[in-house]
Design a protein around this ligand. Structure first.
Ligand SMILES: Cc1ncc(COP(=O)(O)O)c(C=O)c1O
Length: 425
């Protein structure tokens, strides 16, 4: 069946009347090539269907939540069994304690856990816990990092007051001198340093953390009596089965988790060590749905698979197949790709493509051949992506490279992107 998007376009038209901008946040397709569907009807494994029933190998995994495959049976069975008993009740169920115990047993620095819904809840709570613990104000924040959409961290300034950021002080990721300078500027007033496990921002190459930076950040926090917060919301359990900086022997005091640890069920978590327990006990936080038992049951089952299955090795094998295949294809069509970050969280940009016109065209052509890639956001591999699925992606990308090569001189940059790119880069 030929690729069409008539139903999606009609829904977008209706949405424009009743949803601000037709859609908001990172799930808006307003900056993507025009072909990209806004609305989807179903997902299974690593496959996704849009409302026009076009099928894709999905390389976005719901922007991260899909770790083991959409509709992964053991997790769904655990969720359904709990749902039949009760979900958002007058108080939490037994699974809350079991889930906290599971995290404490899996993550070295974790001695306690709190649960919420989204990554923004978790990073924001971690910041408040650090301030409650230390009685200090300043949060040292790596420039350009996405930690969520609350006033202290949202990337868009509309509606945000300078006061909301008055005690956010910026440093450069992987640059210990800049972190030291920030500590010096705020002598005696730093509550916490917050960092992601590696640099995974939109429109740019991903950057690995330097061991010296991770170790140095820990030492500076210890020296100045500040807490270290690791924001694992995006990368957690895709790099390691435990804390992402354990490979450097660096343990944070607090960590924020979300997206994938219940394989798509809505739950996030703040984990903390003894060094943050007092602050966590003193501050007030809650939410009507934060104690719902169904996502907790899904999380316990997902975490069991994280501990006991070869999900990580499967993601890495599939990601490696894609990276190697793309490298060869790009070369044979006369392009150079910048493939950065871990293979299981690939960022794929074209070399010499400052306005992203080639990347956009290539992704749009790939989309219409059955693979959903993203032209400026990092992608995610799940353990449901098989080598055969990656071969399907590669079949689509090969034809897409040929189309870009053929149209090379006529390809124009995306107009919507051009209106906002200078401010975003
Ligand atoms: C590193 C990081 N922190 C926090 C968040 C916010 O998570 P959520 O969108 O679930 O609020 C995200 C979301 O992409 C993220 O990537």
């Amino acid at each position: 069946m030929a690729w069409t998007n008539a139903k999606n376009k009609a829904l977008q038209e209706r949405a424009r009347d009743v949803i601000p901008n037709g859609m908001y946040g990172h799930q808006s397709v307003s900056l993507l090539p025009d072909e990209y569907p806004q609305f989807f009807s179903r997902g299974r494994g690593c496959r996704l269907w849009d409302v026009d029933d076009n099928e894709y190998v999905d390389m976005m995994c719901g922007f991260g939540p899909n770790l083991l495959g959409y509709g992964f049976e053991p997790v769904e069975a655990a969720a359904l069994a709990q749902q039949a008993k009760g979900d958002a009740l007058t108080g939490p169920s037994e699974v809350m304690v079991e889930l906290a115990e599971t995290f404490v047993s899996m993550i070295d620095h974790a001695k306690w856990a709190m649960f919420c819904k989204n990554g923004t809840d978790a990073t924001s709570i971690a910041v408040v816990v650090a301030r409650a613990q230390t009685g200090r104000r300043k949060i040292l924040y790596a420039t350009g990092t996405y930690h969520g959409a609350a006033p202290w961290c949202t990337p868009r300034p509309a509606g945000i007051l300078p006061e909301d950021r008055a005690h956010i002080v910026y440093y450069q990721y992987n640059d210990l001198d800049s972190l030291e300078t920030a500590f010096r500027q705020c002598e005696g007033d730093v509550a916490a340093v917050i960092a992601t496990p590696f640099v995974h921002e939109v429109f740019r190459d991903q950057v690995d953390p330097e061991q010296e930076f991770a170790v140095g950040a820990r030492q500076l926090c210890d020296k100045h009596g500040a807490l270290l917060i690791l924001d694992e919301v995006r990368a957690g359990f895709r790099l390691a089965r435990g804390s992402s900086w354990a490979k450097f022997d660096v343990q944070p005091d607090l960590s924020a988790w979300g997206k994938c640890f219940a394989n798509g069920h809505p739950i996030s978590a703040v984990l903390g060590s003894e060094s943050a327990r007092k602050g966590a006990s003193a501050m007030f936080t809650t939410g009507s749905f934060w104690f719902a038992a169904t996502p907790m049951a899904a999380a316990i089952e997902t975490l069991r698979h994280i501990r006991e299955s070869d999900y990580m090795e499967k993601m890495i094998d599939a990601g490696r197949r894609l990276r190697d295949g793309l490298q060869q294809q790009a070369a044979s069509h006369g392009f150079t790709l910048k493939q950065t970050g871990p293979v299981q969280m690939p960022q794929i940009l074209f070399e010499d493509d400052p306005d992203f016109r080639f990347g956009y065209h290539w992704c749009a052509e790939t989309l219409q051949r059955g693979a959903y890639l993203h032209p400026y956001h990092n992608m995610f591999v799940s353990s449901a992506h098989t080598l055969a699925d990656m071969n399907d992606v590669l079949a689509a990308t090969d034809e897409a490279f040929a189309a870009v090569r053929k149209n090379r001189d006529a390809i124009q940059p995306n107009a919507a992107l051009m209106r906002v790119l200078p401010a975003r880069k």
